[in-house]
Design a protein around this ligand. Structure first.
Ligand SMILES: [Zn+2]
Length: 344
């Protein structure tokens, strides 16, 4: 089979590899569409050691495909079915000797075939409705990350939600919020190209480069008075899909009493936290890592809804042979949001 291989910084190639052999509990999937994730781009630009993408290995974890081979003991799945997977549960940590990040990030979505160990419906593999096209279903994995964050925020219809970051996860958060009936959404970023997509998806875009985000949120949704007589913004939940160190402080300084802050971005730099405001405002701070089966099922349902416009974030589609060019394009934040690889 053809396999997309990570070779190191600014180096990817397409090589011949053996088609994986499967056991009685396993599945072999022929990939139809794959997405390039921010994690893949990070490995391409800065190295992949931290996320388990090592030189010489297959990579890519966002994909859809068709069942090509089914082990004799696999239940409910037959050859030809269309599905996507939970890449973090693609293999067992014991038999592979890898952690879940390594298992996911070296799945091989840029290879023609992906092997799923111990395949179980609605655990590590998920069937797709006939009405959901492959090039849209390819977004299930990133949407599941955002769906998990939205579910952690416990939002309800009528809530006002501020999203930091207009990258794939921030934009997918807009789609996840809208699938739950939340329509008052502000997305803040410093990139106007990406903010254009936030607007298309139905959010209010705000460029925080030159103006104050707290002033804008207060002007748009009004102010409230908090427990220490402070003026707060009127956002019920805040999702950090950007990961800048100032965000937590900005939230604590302006947070509505009893609101929720969810961290979904990877931010290695420490942030300042006011314990006084934590007490006075009684806010909830949560971390959101990956997803659970319910998030994946909700994401498939959301993508299958005619109201969902998330497919608009796919800015480019390349063939597998064009993988190096696809990565060059995906690395330009002023040109690309989600880049797809069309197999076959
Ligand atoms: Zn991803």
């Amino acid at each position: 089979m053809k396999a997309g291989i990570y070779q190191g910084i600014k180096q990817v190639s397409v090589e011949q590899r053996d088609k994986p052999a499967i056991g009685p509990k396993d599945l072999l999937i022929q990939v139809t569409y794959a997405g390039i994730c921010g994690t893949d781009i990070g490995a391409y630009l800065h190295g992949g050691d931290a996320v388990g993408i090592y030189p010489g290995n297959e990579f890519g974890h966002e994909f859809v495909g068709i069942v090509d081979e089914v082990g004799g003991q696999v239940e409910g799945i037959t050859k030809g079915m269309r599905l996507t997977i939970n890449p973090t549960a693609r293999r067992s940590t014991e038999t592979s000797g890898m952690n879940t990040t390594e298992i996911a990030d070296m799945t091989g979505a840029f290879s023609q075939y992906v092997f799923v160990e111990n395949a179980k419906l609605n655990e590590n593999v998920y069937l797709l409705p006939d009405t959901l096209k492959d090039e849209v279903a390819m977004l299930t994995e990133p949407l599941s990350v955002s769906m998990h964050a939205v579910n952690m925020a416990n939002v309800k219809q009528g809530d006002k939600v501020l999203v930091y970051g207009a990258g794939t996860i921030g934009l997918a958060a807009v789609a996840a919020l809208r699938s739950k009936g939340v329509t008052d959404i502000i997305v803040s970023d410093i990139n106007d190209f990406k903010l254009g997509f936030a607007k298309k998806l139905g959010a209010i875009p705000f460029n925080s480069m030159e103006k104050s985000l707290p002033d804008f949120v207060k002007a748009t949704w009004g102010t409230l008075t908090g427990n220490a007589s402070e003026a707060t913004w009127n956002a019920d939940a805040v999702l950090d899909c950007a990961g800048a160190p100032h965000i937590l402080k900005e939230y604590m300084d302006n947070a509505k009493t009893n609101s929720t802050f969810v961290e979904v971005a990877i931010n290695m730099k420490p942030s300042e936290l006011s314990l006084f405001w934590l007490l006075a405002k009684e806010v909830v701070l949560k971390g959101s890592r990956g997803y659970v089966p319910e998030d994946i099922l909700q994401s498939i349902e959301a993508l299958n809804s005619p109201d969902c416009r998330l497919k608009d974030i796919v800015t480019h589609t390349f063939s597998l042979d064009e993988l190096p060019q696809a990565f060059e394009t995906a690395s330009d934040p002023n040109k690309a949001v989600k880049v797809a690889i069309k197999h076959g």
